[in-house]
Design a protein around this ligand. Sequence first.
Ligand code: THU
Length: 165
Amino acid sequence: MPIMEEKTFSISFQEFATIDELPEPDQELCREAEKALSSSYSPYSEFRVGAAIRLQSGQIIYGSNQENVAFPSGLCAERVALFSTGAQHTGDPILSIAITAKSEKFEIIDPVSPCGACLQVMGDFEQRQENPIKVLLYCLGKRILVSHGVANFLPFQFIEQRLKD
Ligand code: THU
């Protein structure tokens, strides 16, 4: 008989019907993510994504998706904001990130979840700062999903401590 164990785990997140139900600082961060949509350069997908990061110092860092005529050279809004934080605000921990999206082509009916690469990067920031990041997925005029930590989205994040030494 093969020795095999079936395992499960559960994830947890909060759902809010409207932005007004969120605590004031989170409402504000969602609005900041909405502002970031205007700097999106997305002529190919016509899909704007905006991200806003709140740092422990209180500063807000913005990101929006930046596309390129050589398609793979572009970058998602989340990683633009995260790497900008890493490059310009070293040592100032990330408390939360809000993400939203907008398209002129179609209606977005549910919150946009970060892609796997963005989750990996976000999770790495969490590991480095040894504190979870609150993730707010904000669908304009619709529901908002909130996760306390990246692990709810990416339970099998690549973490290899030995690579550091
Ligand atoms: N995009 C993001 O900026 N964030 C995500 O979480 C998913 C996708 C961007 C990449 C590309 O510019 C456009 O959305 C369509 O995929």
